[in-house]
Design a protein around this ligand. Sequence first.
Ligand SMILES: Cc1cc2nc3c(=O)[nH]c(=O)nc-3n(C[C@H](O)[C@H](O)[C@H](O)COP(=O)(O)OP(=O)(O)OC[C@H]3O[C@@H](n4cnc5c(N)ncnc54)[C@H](O)[C@@H]3O)c2cc1C
Length: 604
Amino acid sequence: MTTTCGKFAACGVSSVSTIKKRRCEKLMTGIGSTTGCGVISGAGLRMDQAKREKGSQVHRDQMLEAAFLHTRIDCYFVGTYAQRVSFASQQYRALDLILALEDKIKPEMRVAVVGAGLAGLMACAVLRHYGAHVHLFEANAEILHRQKAADHRLIHPSITLWPHEKPQLSTNLPVFDWCAASCDRIIANLKREWAETLEPFDCQADNPPEHPLKQTVGAKINGYTRNAGSKEGRLSADEVYPWMADLNFDLVLVTTGYGAENSDAKKDGISYWTPDELIEKRDKALPEKADKTEFYVTGCGDGGLIDALRIVHGDFQNGWITIAIANLLYDTPIAEAIKAAERTALMWARSILSENPQDMRSAYENASVCSHLNDVYTAQAKALLNPKPDDPPAYREANDLLMKSVKKISLSGRVFLAARVAHPFVPNAAPIHKLLIAHALQDNRITYRTGTYFTNKTHSKSWIEFTDHQKVHSGPKTIIIPRHGPEAHHRTIIDSTEQQSLRLRQIMLADRINIHETRTLRKASTTAKALDVRLPYVQSMIAEIDDRYAVDYDGSAYAYHKIVEQAEPSSHCAATLGIDMPVDLFGISSCARFSETETFSLCR
Ligand SMILES: Cc1cc2nc3c(=O)[nH]c(=O)nc-3n(C[C@H](O)[C@H](O)[C@H](O)COP(=O)(O)OP(=O)(O)OC[C@H]3O[C@@H](n4cnc5c(N)ncnc54)[C@H](O)[C@@H]3O)c2cc1C
């Protein structure tokens, strides 16, 4: 496989893996950014740097502002209230936050990281890079516990950014990099990387010895207080090991993320991350089995949209179909129309929210905003269902894939999506999911009804009340799947006023933070070690994905883009490296574009 990309061809790069490897070698050795390929002119580079320096200071300030509460000095919160919260985005946010705090972080300073999810682990790795002494606290009995069993969910590094960005193969992070894969595999690999490369000391009941990286599981942190007249502070926890009372920290990072979901979801025993039997139940209800089971998915965030799609698509394959469609339709008029509509909706929702910061619901479920999105998604789904001769060939290909998939399942009239809003298109769900839902609605595979989910106090019964006063109750022939989103976990550490303040800052600021900044992590023994372990894994995953690639479905598996064989190789090479990000992401201009030769891009 040889890329025809001019810039990379010039430096003899012949495959994605080589490009990644070269980039990683540079990271490990700390070589400056322009020496590798030698294609950027000095003038061009200087201009880039000037723009970046100006831009990055503004973005750094915003980053800190979005993570900071005036009532909590030296305590920072990695944003869960921003848009597009995903595995990768929270890793980027954690990494960016620490880079923004760079001036503050001194070797051997004592830093506590609260919450051992993706953001927490990333924070620890970068803090270690700066030589800080880090102690990670996790409420659960193990790190990365929540998503570890989810073999039924495909996780992708950038699908939520479509159509602004073409789906990329991996996160391109210097540590804890991963490829699109089933969630349980990603988590298993990240855990391995954590244990093998960062080698944390596992603190138990014993008084912990000096160690640059410690982890304590089973400690639910419930407060952080600064010692009187001092710059240090202490954490308190529900389960307190005696030695914890003596620990002082100079800095605290809160990466507690979300809970699993809000309590409604627990009722039906199928939380989003728990392997469920939805497909088995669906298959039992297929016409030839003469089972008249009806399916009601409630909630029109990503969780609800994905589960509705899982039911009506015979080839959903944990989400691979979504990736294939996103790749096909990237850069088409459909994608452009959606991009414009999402930008308008987001700005609209934000302006409503700025007037009434307490009420997220009124902003994100605003009737006019949802109606605007409904018009656009419906029109684009119709275009997909009825491609015209002069439409891009991708329309027909995408529609064929979708139609082949839904025709395998015939549950007409028995799959419902329900939510409180008049239309199932809210600004904070991923555009690709909304497009696929619009397609299924237009093709009558799913019926949308406006209604509200209820459950009794003991969670022994649940039902939906529709606006026409009809009610459906869950039962053996009526399966209700509530997907009502998560609640942030900061609540245990900060009070509700602080929470509101943080939420508003993060919604308004955290998406602006596309630091787009290039760094060489020097003397990064941690990073270098991490890369040794990570590279073979990522490369083997890419190889695996490459094998799958082909947008035409082969009867058993879906596709991924084989990036080196794309029509426009130079843009694909750049996208693969994660360095040529859109200037205009979600309607907000980012500070600068970066050259392909630079080593390490931090963005989102
Ligand atoms: C229903 C649902 C579906 C999702 N689907 C996707 C998807 O398909 N793709 C995707 O990329 N992202 C998805 N996300 C988002 C994704 O789960 C998060 O972005 C990701 O988990 C972020 O990692 P995190 O480290 O910020 O938080 P988390 O993974 O939630 O980790 C936080 C950690 O902090 C711990 N903790 C919490 N409170 C305390 C405390 N007081 N003391 C100590 N420890 C504490 C928790 O136990 C947990 O281990 C989904 C989220 C939800 C809720």
